[in-house]
Design a protein around this ligand. Structure first.
Ligand code: BG6
Length: 483
């Protein structure tokens, strides 16, 4: 990491995202020595009028979340001492001038380091205030140090509701900051096994010749949650499962599963390839979509009684290029289902001239489980051990918990925040990428919003609507034993 003053400003410091994700991620980075106390200051900014200590107390509990009680680190208090609070509204000149002054004081104090001055603004805020906040930052709180340095902005979805609104937002931000200053987080890109996808594909001779339409029958990218909208009904109802999960998280995963080999590992080379594959996605056909809503969803007082917002969707995408023509990419996401899981399931075609009749037992599959319990396994046919010549489906299994025992897998946010400090945009969504992602889904979303697509009720705790399984079978997915 470069040296010099680093100010991390968390806007929306008292909100949920900041408390649950941003501050804990910063704390973990601090514990691992990535945030050096002699260089770093963290500022919380929000409207609530509270003191530094009150903010510290509010976040203290979250820092220890999920950690063993016996492992309560004494460095929590040290870390919290780095956190200061500034109160102000999101469109007030005074607020942002005050913020600027506080940051400058800190920079002056640390100037003895003769380093550069870096300002990272993390917008843990609803996107409706992004434009005004960015304007305020630009006018009053940017880095102006003559020692050099930078100003960067971190934002998170939802980036608009459709192509038009997303482009509008992009233009507004683009007028204030250059693309290399804007970090659009999709936290799925920070997950360990998502970061492993390109390595797997391009550093293994096994996969290079197999990863195409000649061998692969279909690919599923699945997200399931075993709970409903839980207090987020108001937000969720405006967006629905496609905007919440599929258009961003699952589509990003699809990109990495489907991209051609980038020229190099430079962020721009990788993102160029992602844009290319997205541009090859054909318009979505109605018959490739199944939507559902779990029973009881509208009982949430923040959800209108007549809401038709889908909480479940299966959408099949077709990629029109040499590698993938004819291979359905099945994106599936649902809330209030029977399990919590995110996985990629690559199903291979049948063995030609199958003398063992092993097809009956299922096809070869390669599964990458993103969560929980990260793992990769290959379903393959072997001889059942014993005197008889019988075949059986078994697994080559790389479970991270066993293989990498004792290694802590970093949280997605931790990794991504570190990237923003390092200035590495590889795992962030570029403006043109975002635009194509919206182009793919906007016509379908508009039809859903107008009530033109059927939404099938399903029981909470189930697999979702049966029509989704029927669609999968129609797309050529062959159910394997035990799945
Ligand atoms: C968020 C969605 O982006 O991702 C939530 O808004 C969802 O609805 C969450 O629960 C899932 O993230 P993860 O990392 O728990 O799979």
């Amino acid at each position: 990491l470069e040296s010099g003053c680093l100010s991390i400003i968390v806007l929306g410091a008292s909100g949920d995202l900041a408390k649950k994700k941003t501050f804990p991620a910063l704390f973990n980075l601090y514990r691992q020595g990535f945030l050096c106390p002699s260089e770093v200051h963290i500022f919380g900014y929000a409207r609530t009028k509270i003191s530094d200590d009150e903010l510290r107390e509010r976040i203290r509990g979250y820092l220890l979340h999920g950690k063993d009680k016996s492992d309560i680190p004494e460095d929590v208090s040290e870390f919290l001492q780095l956190v200061k609070y500034v109160s102000g509204s999101y469109d007030s000149k005074e607020g942002f001038l005050l913020l600027d002054q506080k940051i400058a004081e800190h920079e002056f104090f640390k100037k003895s380091h003769e380093g550069t001055s870096r300002r990272l603004f993390y917008l843990a805020l609803p996107p409706s205030v992004y434009p005004s906040v960015c304007k305020m930052i630009k006018q009053y709180s940017m880095n102006k140090s003559d020692l050099g340095g930078w100003t960067r902005i971190v934002v998170e979805k939802p980036f608009g509701k459709d192509l038009e609104s997303a482009e509008h937002l992009s233009t507004q931000l683009g007028e204030l900051f250059d693309e290399p200053q804007i970090y659009r987080i999709d936290h799925y890109l920070g997950k360990e096994l998502v970061q492993n996808l390109l390595v797997l594909r391009f550093a293994n001779r096994f996969f290079l010749p197999l990863w195409n339409r000649d061998n692969i029958a279909n690919i599923q990218i699945v997200f399931r949650e075993d709970f409903g909208t839980e207090g987020r009904g108001g937000y969720f109802d405006e967006y629905g499962i496609i905007r919440d999960i599929i258009q961003n998280h699952l589509l990003q995963v699809l990109c990495l599963v489907a991209v051609e080999k980038p020229v190099s590992l430079k962020p721009e080379h990788i993102r160029d390839e992602k844009v290319k594959v997205l541009r090859s996605v054909l318009p979505i056909r109605d018959e490739d979509v199944v939507l559902g809503q779990y029973e009881g969803y509208t009982d949430d007082p923040t959800v209108p009684d007549n809401s038709k917002t889908p909480t479940f969707a299966t959408v099949i995408l077709h990629i029109h290029n040499e590698r993938w023509e004819g291979v359905p990419f099945i994106l599936k996401a649902g809330k209030a289902l029977n399990s919590r899981k995110a996985e990629i399931r690559v199903q291979f075609k049948d063995v030609p001239g199958d003398i063992y009749k092993c097809q009956k037992q299922g096809r070869n599959e390669f599964v990458i489980r993103l969560q929980p319990r990260e793992a990769m396994y290959m379903k393959l046919t072997v001889k059942q051990p014993g005197l008889e010549m019988q075949t059986v489906q078994s697994e080559l299994d790389l479970s991270y918990g066993q293989r990498y025992q004792g290694t802590t897998i970093p949280e997605a946010y931790e990794r991504l925040i570190l990237d923003t400090i390092r200035g590495d945009q590889q795992h962030f969504v570029r403006r043109d990428e975002l635009k194509v992602a919206w182009e793919i889904f906007t016509p379908l979303l508009h039809r859903i919003d107008k009530g033109e697509m059927p939404v099938i009720p399903y029981k909470p705790g189930s697999r979702g609507p049966e029509a989704a399984d029927e669609l999968l079978a129609k797309a050529g997915y062959v159910q394997t034993h035990g799945y």
